[in-house]
Design a protein around this ligand. Structure first.
Ligand code: NAD
Ligand code: GLY
Length: 370
């Protein structure tokens, strides 16, 4: 082993998602895409299909394809249009069109190379194609590395609601190459930091302290800090998913800030606000709601807003009006019999899911909208 190789391997970390026969590893490290060791032990097949998009393909598809060519007789690629606005049924069909046109069989392994949009769509395609083929997540955004690639939620949007059409379907492996974050635009890095921040208040108060001490280093992409943050987020998510894979209860805490956030995304039109930006403003509203309901200690909202601002994220939502927020929030998957259910902070590092009076929710929206 040459010195460069040992450096790469020594920085590699593994987090396991434990789900009986559907257990898998999340591999985190530098230089993973181009390292043959990353790709050993995947399901054997004749065909591999790389699903990516117009932005990521020119950056990383060739590196991935050349590794896969050592293992699969035929390596295909489908390049989707980029953006949340394309996370829809018509774009999903492009994946099926290509799989069928290439004669891909039921052992074909799908590789999702890109951010959360590609990961969610490729995962859903894998869940559906021939009633299910294996897939591997190769997330290239911070948001995807800390959240969307882990846990098996796959979906496309419907004009009436975000992620409304989908399936729980676990990947065979998740490969988080830290080097891919070097090409990520600053705005997207910040969007990923929103999902990083969420893990503190819902599950790990010391991690929130750590983020406050290291936010500047994370924004300047210090690989050791990013590796630590990604590993900790994946550990928390793996634990939650291992307990409640299909969101019967506990898993909903991972949606802190998302109920308000989804209303922002739907209300503004998908893609106008990034998912992470909407979640950031949503976390401020959800923290305020937690305080107003007497669950969280006073001061949480200000503390969180400060950190969110330092991450380069919005702390105020768009002025859609409380009525519109509430209308969009009723389409949320956590709603039960028309009651919107919120993830609320119940003491730092702990979250609960419950309904709240419309008037109180409206007051939080009005207090934190531009
Ligand atoms: P994204 O997939 O749209 O990626 C953001 C942008 O960065 C895109 O333009 C993309 O092409 C580009 N990009 C990706 N990797 C890059 C790289 N390495 N260098 C340069 N550009 C790169 O957005 P996202 O923030 O990764 O994911 C958001 C999506 O994830 C939303 O649709 C959201 O609903 C979903 N999500 C799903 C889950 C889940 O559990 N499945 C969790 C959170 C979010
Ligand atoms: N991102 C929320 C979840 O995976 O459950």
């Amino acid at each position: 082993m040459n010195p460069a190789e040992s450096l790469v391997l020594s920085t590699r970390e593994r987090v396991q998602v434990t789900l009986a026969e559907r257990s898998y590893d999340i591999i985190i490290g530098q230089g993973l895409l181009g390292d043959a060791g990353t790709w050993y032990g995947l399901p054997a097949a004749a065909h591999a299909m790389v699903v990516t998009n117009t932005t990521v393909a020119p950056l990383y598809a060739q590196a991935l394809r050349s590794q896969l060519q050592a293992q699969y007789r035929q390596v295909h690629e489908v390049v989707l249009p980029d953006g949340e606005a394309h996370k829809d049924w018509a774009t999903l069909n492009l994946i099926f069109d290509r799989l069928l046109a290439e004669g891909c069989d039921r052992k074909t392994v799908i590789f999702a190379l890109g951010g959360g949009v590609v990961g969610d769509m490729a995962g859903f395609a894998a869940a559906c194609y021939m009633r299910g083929v294996p897939f591997v997540q190769v997330p290239t955004t911070l948001l995807a590395q800390v959240d969307s690639s882990v846990g098996g939620k796959t979906a496309v949007n419907h004009p009436l609601g975000k992620n409304m059409i989908g399936a729980f379907y676990q990947p065979a492996r998740v490969v988080c190459d830290l080097d891919s974050l070097n090409t990520l635009p600053d705005r997207e890095l910040s969007a990923g930091l929103a999902e990083v921040i969420k893990y503190g208040p819902i599950a790990d108060a010391p991690f929130l302290d750590w983020l406050e001490s290291n936010m500047d280093g994370l924004r300047s992409r210090d690989p050791a800090l990013l590796a630590h943050a990604i590993r900790r987020c994946c550990e928390i998510k793996a634990k939650v998913v291992g307990i409640d894979e299909r969101e019967g209860g506990l898993r909903a805490i991972l949606n802190f800030g998302h109920t308000f956030g989804h209303a922002i995304e739907a209300g503004m039109g998908y893609g106008v606000w990034l998912h992470g930006e909407a979640v950031a403003a949503g976390m401020v509203m959800a923290a305020d709601l937690s305080e107003r309901l007497g669950l969280a200690e006073s001061g949480l909202t200000i503390r969180l807003a400060r950190l969110i601002e330092r991450a380069g994220l919005p702390v105020r939502g768009p002025a859609l009006g409380a009525h519109d927020y509430l209308r969009h929030m009723r389409v949320d998957k956590k709603s039960e019999a028309g009651d919107i259910r919120f993830v609320l902070i119940d003491g730092l590092g702990s979250a609960v899911v419950r309904p709240a009076p419309d008037a109180l929710v409206a007051a939080c929206i009005e207090a934190h909208c531009a």
